[in-house]
Ligand binder design. Structure first.
Ligand SMILES: [Zn+2]
Length: 285
C-alpha cells in the first residue's frame, strides 16, 4: 500500500484535509470524493451502491477479486440525509480503519460487526466533520436562537438529517443544551453540550419521558420555536423544548435548551478544582 507521508492520522484531520481539497462546497459529494481520492491507493473504493444487508445501515466490504472496496448502504434508508451520513461513516472506516479490519465493517444503529466502539465513534466523527465542517457550521448558526427552521437550513445546506445537524450544534454551542431520543415514551439515548456536561445534565436510558414535556404531552409538536417549560419538567431550570421529530407513539427526538441559564461561565465548576489542585501542587513543590 502506498502511504503518503503527510497522510492525516485522526478522523477530524482526514475530514479537514478532504474539505480543503474539494471545498468548501456544500453539500459535500461523498461519492465523488471517495471514488476520486481513493484512486491514489492500490485498494481503492470501486463501488458505492445499495445492497441488501439486513439489520445494517451501511457496510465497508473488501472486493477480494478486484482488490478494492465496496461501500454499501441499505435500500430501506430513504432519507437522502441518512444515506449521505452512512456513506460518510463507511468512507471514514475506509480511511481510518481498513488496515485494522481487513474483513470490513457492517454498521447499524444498535449492532455492529467488525468494528470496536472506538472505531464507530471515529467513523461518526469523520462523517460529521466531513459533511459539516465546524467553521462553516458556526458561520451558519452564529448567535441565533436554535429553532426548527434554523435546523432545517443546516439540514438542507449539508444534506444531513435534522438530528445530525442538532448533534453538530450541541458540539459547537456554548449554551447548555441536550438532545433526547425516546421511543414509546422512554428515553433511548441522549447527547449534551459541553456546558450541559459541566452542569451534570443527564437522562438515563430507559427513563420515562417527564410529565409535561413536549415529547410526552405536547399538543403543538410542530411549533418551530418550541415551547417554554417551567423548572422541574426536564431540569431544575426553565427549558425550551423543540420537537425535531415526533410521530407521537413511536419515536420522539427533542432538542432541549436550558436558556435561562444562558452561557455558563466557562469551566466555572472545574475552576475551583483546579485552584485547589494548583494550591496543593505549589505548596507540595
Ligand atoms: Zn461503522
Amino acid at each position: 500500500m502506498m502511504i503518503m507521508r503527510s497522510e492525516p492520522t485522526t478522523p477530524c484531520a482526514w475530514a479537514n484535509t478532504l474539505v480543503s481539497m474539494w471545498g468548501p462546497r456544500f453539500p459535500v459529494e461523498v461519492r465523488q470524493i471517495a471514488y476520486e481520492y481513493s484512486r491514489r491507493f492500490n485498494d481503492p473504493v470501486l463501488t458505492i451502491s445499495e445492497a441488501d444487508i439486513p439489520s445494517f445501515e451501511g457496510a465497508l466490504a473488501p472486493l477480494r477479486k478486484r482488490g478494492g472496496w465496496a461501500i454499501l448502504y441499505n435500500p430501506s434508508i430513504i432519507s437522502p440525509g441518512r444515506i449521505n451520513y452512512t456513506l460518510g461513516h463507511e468512507w471514514g472506516h475506509y480511511l481510518c480503519h481498513r488496515n485494522q479490519s481487513p474483513a470490513g465493517f457492517q454498521c447499524g444503529q444498535s449492532d455492529v460487526l467488525g468494528g470496536t466502539r472506538e472505531q464507530e465513534r471515529e467513523a461518526d466523527r469523520f462523517a460529521s466533520y466531513l459533511l459539516m465542517p465546524l467553521d462553516d457550521f458556526r458561520a451558519q448558526v452564529g448567535n441565533q436562537r436554535m429553532t426548527l427552521d434554523l435546523l432545517r437550513h443546516c439540514g438542507d445546506r449539508y444534506a444531513v438529517s435534522l438530528t445530525a445537524a442538532a448533534l453538530k450544534w450541541l458540539e459547537s454551542t456554548p449554551l447548555c443544551a441536550a438532545v433526547v431520543v425516546a421511543t414509546n415514551g422512554y428515553v433511548l439515548w441522549f447527547r449534551r453540550s459541553a456546558a450541559a456536561e459541566r452542569a451534570r445534565i443527564f437522562y438515563r436510558s430507559g427513563m420515562e419521558l417527564p410529565l409535561g414535556s413536549l415529547a410526552r404531552d405536547g399538543d403543538n409538536l410542530r411549533a418551530a420555536e418550541g415551547i417554554n417549560l417551567p423548572p422541574g419538567v426536564w431540569w431544575s431550570r426553565p427549558t425550551r423544548e423543540v420537537a425535531i421529530f415526533a410521530d407521537r407513539y413511536e419515536m420522539t427526538i427533542s432538542l432541549l435548551v436550558f436558556e435561562e441559564l444562558g452561557v455558563l461561565p466557562d469551566g466555572w465548576e472545574d475552576e475551583e478544582v483546579e485552584d485547589t489542585y494548583d494550591r496543593f501542587s505549589s505548596s507540595a513543590r
